[in-house]
Design a protein. Structure first.
Length: 174
């Protein structure tokens, strides 16, 4: 777990949490995802003092929606990835793209992210039953893939975990 996070990381993980809450309100498992690209500003004079030298752009976002769309592949990560690739008109993500997601990805999602060439993955909390970035396996470390991504976890871990626990507790009561 990382000890220090940038304000940019905090901003986009909060956005992912808001998407997860939106999904929960629609009866979906509360998982949110945001894909963000980073580009260096061309002219340093264009930015005020102490401001990040990078410009960040959300190129895709999503929340879990397999129930409402009747699509088993409509996980938050896949929804965000599809949106980004349509926006970019490319099946590969730009260099320095980060995915912020509230839950550790599953096999399907990590496979898609590897094939899209994601640069960095930041996830909030582990998925002990089917997570494949440390819980059950770590497919990001598998030597048979020709792509590696940088992985960090733990940002808003307790908030994401609590959102999931509350959702399933309410669902069990019904």
């Amino acid at each position: 777990m990382q000890k220090f996070w940038t304000l940019t990381d905090v901003r986009f993980m909060r956005h992912a949490l808001a998407l997860a809450k939106h999904g929960a309100g629609r009866g979906e498992v509360p998982v949110g995802a945001v894909l963000v690209t980073r580009q260096e500003q061309d002219n340093p004079n264009d930015r005020p003092n102490n401001q990040d030298k990078f410009v960040y752009e959300v190129i895709g976002e999503g929340y879990n929606q397999p129930i409402t769309t009747h699509d088993p592949t409509a996980h938050a990560e896949i929804v965000a990835l599809r949106q980004a690739c349509q926006h970019l008109q490319n099946y590969r993500l730009p260099r320095h793209t980060t995915l912020y997601v509230t839950l550790e990805p599953c096999t399907m999602c990590i496979g898609a992210l590897i094939h899209a060439r994601l640069h960095r993955l930041v996830f909030a909390t582990f998925e002990p039953r089917s997570g494949v970035v440390g819980s059950q396996l770590n497919l990001t470390k598998a030597d048979f893939y020709n792509h590696r991504m940088y992985v960090q976890h733990g940002l808003y871990m307790s908030q994401s975990g609590q959102l999931l626990k509350s959702f399933f507790k309410t669902r069990r009561k019904k």
